[in-house]
Design a protein around this ligand. Structure first.
Ligand SMILES: [Zn+2]
Length: 117
C-alpha cells in the first residue's frame, strides 16, 4: 500500500491505475494489477488520494489535504487530516525557500479511541 501511495504522490500529474501498476512492478515484480486496484480503492476510501474519471480512464492524484496524515498508534492506519499550513507565511518568517511539506500527526484514530473507552 505504501508503494502505491508513494507512486501517486511522486507524480506531478494524475496517474492511471495502469501507470501505477507499471511503476509498482519495478519495486514489487510480483504485484498484480488487481492488488494495485484494491490498494488504490482503499486509499481513496481512506481519503489519502482522490480519483477522477476522464471517460473510461480512472486517474488518481494526491488528496488536497493529504500532505497531513494521522498515523494511528494502535491500528497503524493512515488518515488524511484537513490541515493547511501557509508555506508562504513560513517562508517569509524563516527566510527559507520552501516548496512543500509533509506532516505526520501522532495519535489514535476515532475508531480505536471508541474501542479503548
Ligand atoms: Zn486506529
Amino acid at each position: 500500500m505504501k508503494v502505491v501511495l508513494d507512486i501517486v504522490y511522486d507524480g506531478i500529474s494524475p496517474i492511471s491505475a495502469d501507470q501505477v501498476y507499471e511503476l509498482a512492478r519495478r519495486q514489487l515484480p510480483r504485484i498484480s494489477l488487481g492488488t494495485v486496484y484494491r490498494n488504490l480503492n482503499r486509499l481513496v476510501a481512506a481519503g489519502l488520494i482522490s480519483e477522477s474519471k476522464a471517460g473510461a480512464i480512472q486517474c488518481f492524484f494526491p488528496h488536497p489535504y493529504s500532505n497531513t496524515h494521522l498515523e494511528c498508534r494502535l491500528c497503524g492506519r493512515l488518515y488524511s487530516v484537513p490541515f493547511d499550513l501557509s508555506l508562504h507565511q513560513v517562508a517569509k518568517e524563516t527566510g527559507l525557500s520552501l516548496d512543500g511539506y509533509e506532516l505526520r500527526l501522532k495519535g489514535v484514530c476515532k475508531e480505536c479511541a471508541t474501542r479503548c473507552t
